[in-house]
Each structure stands twice: as C-alpha cells, then as structure tokens.
Write a protein that binds this ligand. Structure first.
Ligand code: AMP
Ligand code: TRP
Length: 311
C-alpha cells in the first residue's frame, strides 16, 4: 500500500475554505493508503512564540481534523515535536543543501515581503518539511498549490542524500488538489483569515448567519454572484439553479437558504468537536506519535549508519 502523508499547521480557527481545500480532500482519500497526518508544531514555531497559544492551537487543530472525519485508528495521527527524529534528520539534510538553493523558496520570500522576521528556522523550513516526508518513505504528499515547491525541495533533498551516501530515501510525489477550486469569501476574493472574509467552519449557527448575511451583493443583477459561488459548494448546479429561479432577486431568502445548507454540513461536525476533550487529544497524539516514532526511529538508525556516526 502506498504511503500518504501530510502536515497540518496548528494556526487557529478554520473556515470553510480550509474545509473544502484541505480537510475534505484528506478525509475523502486517506483510507485508500497507509496514511500519516502530522500536526507540525515545530513549523509553527517559526512564527508563533506564545506557549499558551501554541498549546491551544495544537489541541484545536487536532480536534478539527477528528471532527471532520479523521479516524485515528485508520491513520497515524501524530505530533511532529514528539518524534525528535524529524529535527535530527532536518539537520543532516541542511548540511547537504546550499544557502542559494534555500534562497529560491517562494514561501520564504513571500513571508519576508510580508514583514515576518527572517529567523533561521523560517529559512530552513523546507528541510524540516523534507525530513517530515522522507522519514516515512512517503509516496504521496497531498498539499495545496502553495506547497508544490516544498515537495520539490523534499525530492531534491532525497536525491542529494542518495547521491552522497546511499540510496535510502524515496522521492515523494506531490498531489496538488487542482480540482478543488479556490473557495471565495464573503467579498468574492479568496476566502482567507487575513482578508476577514471567512465563514467559520466550527462557528455557531449565529456566527454562520452573521458571516452569510455579510456576503457582498451587487444590486445590478438578479443573481447575487458571491452568494451563488459559495452556495455551489453545497448544492449541485440543477438544484441551485432551481432555487435561485424560485427566489429570483430575493437576496435575503437566498442567504437564508445558504445559512441552512452551511449549517447542515457544520452542525454534526460542531457537535462531534464539542464531544472531544483535551485529554482525548493528548491520548490520541501520544498513541499516534509512538507509532510514528517506531518507523522514524528505524529509518534514522539507517541514516546514522549511512553518514558514519555509528561506531
Ligand atoms: P492556510 O492556513 O491559508 O495556509 O490554508 C490551509 C490550507 O487550506 C491550504 O493549503 C489550502 O489547501 C486550504 N485553503 C485555504 N484557503 C482556501 C480557500 N479559500 N479555498 C480553498 N482552499 C483553501
Ligand atoms: N508546510 C506545510 C503547510 O504550510 C505544512 C507541512 C509541514 C507539511 N510538513 C509537511 C505538509 C509535510 C506536507 C508534508 O501547509
């Protein structure tokens, strides 16, 4: 069975763009593979230095995935920082790649352009991610289009290691979710926390209603395009066209119908999420991390031998 692995950033409340772009594709596919899902808390450390917030985000991100349908019996769900082999392998890979090579990172350049501090961790980020992937002989890495270059970095790092020492690492394939269109926000731009145009995934019905009511409508046409665009995630075209025909020009009724449809998706997940305690998360992550560590530990022992530190 092919190995399928991805990392999720513990970075706060999710919106329905994250659901359709990342959670749902993972949940729909992971059972067809031997799967690994890792909370990348050490990657988060490149930008987050508030211990209480980091702890809260790790708990919260794990609950989100569990509530969205990840079954920890069927996927190794683990916490990156509990498997020290990740930072150990990252160091070895960093000694194989050059500074100019890492300077080509779009993600790094974008973050600098946004005024983020250029700490050395941010610069080395692609090698920690390469270690995440390579330690498990991963075949397939499902990621958003913004992560394409990072998967390339992992392939290059594997090739460098294999050429320098011995053939130990598989070169992974990125699985870019091309079919998932960018989910638009309440203003029609890409839904994103930084644009404040989101519909929260685990919000209360009131939160959802408030976000939907704030969708910008253009009074010139008969169909509110931004409402329709978000609605098309929840209903197929014939059902949607019939609904928009019945309520032609009645924006409030259409928004109310959208609130119903969003809430029908969200309510069961919201209930499931509320039933998961912090202690549940701690237990699930400890069990998953122990399973991951078994695999990563064996791989790292082969790496240590290959590089000449085992006497
Ligand atoms: P972010 O926290 O913005 O990096 O989002 C995490 C993941 O959610 C991304 O890798 C995307 O796959 C997905 N995502 C975020 N925003 C959207 C959106 N508006 N439409 C579709 N997918 C999204
Ligand atoms: N860099 C990824 C992101 O920001 C998260 C990540 C870390 C990851 N390690 C990974 C994704 C390994 C896939 C595989 O979304």
């Amino acid at each position: 069975m092919k190995r399928f692995l991805t990392g999720l950033q513990p970075s706060g409340a999710l919106h329905i763009g994250n659901y359709f772009g990342a959670l749902k594709p993972f949940v729909d596919q992971y059972r067809s593979y031997e799967s690994f899902l890792m909370v990348v808390d050490y990657h988060a450390l490149t930008s987050l230095k508030d211990p209480a917030a980091l702890r809260e985000n790790i708990l919260s991100a794990t609950k989100d995935y569990l509530a969205a349908g990840v079954d920890p019996e069927q996927v190794t769900l683990f916490q990156q920082s509990q498997v020290q082999e990740h930072t150990e392998l990252a160091w070895i890979l960093e000694c194989l790649v050059t500074v100019p090579f890492l300077e080509l990172s779009h993600a790094y350049k974008d973050k600098l352009a946004k005024g983020l501090e250029a700490n050395a961790g941010l610069f080395n980020y692609p090698m920690l991610m390469a270690a995440d992937i390579l330690l498990y002989d991963t075949d397939i890495v499902p990621v958003g289009a913004d992560q394409r270059q990072h998967v390339e970095y992992a392939r290059e790092a594997a090739a460098k290691f294999n050429n320098t020492y011995e053939l130990l690492f598989k070169e992974p394939q990125g699985l870019i979710q091309e079919t998932v269109a960018t989910v638009p926000g309440t203003d029609g731009k890409k839904m994103s926390k930084s644009y404040k145009n989101t519909i929260p995934l685990f919000g209360s019905r009131d939160d959802i209603a408030q976000a939907v009511m704030s969708i910008v409508t253009d009074s010139s046409g008969e169909r509110p395009e931004h409402v329709y665009a978000i609605h098309s995630l929840f209903k197929d075209a014939p059902a949607l066209d019939a609904l928009y025909e019945v309520h032609r020009g009645k924006y409030k009724a259409l928004k109310e119908a959208l609130i119903e449809d969003v809430d029908a998706l969200v309510a069961p997940m919201r209930e499931k999420r509320a039933s998961i305690s912090d202690a549940d998360v701690v237990r699930v992550l400890a069990e998953g991390s122990a399973r991951a560590k078994e695999k990563a530990g064996a791989k790292m022992q082969a790496v240590r031998k290959a590089i000449g530190v085992v006497l």
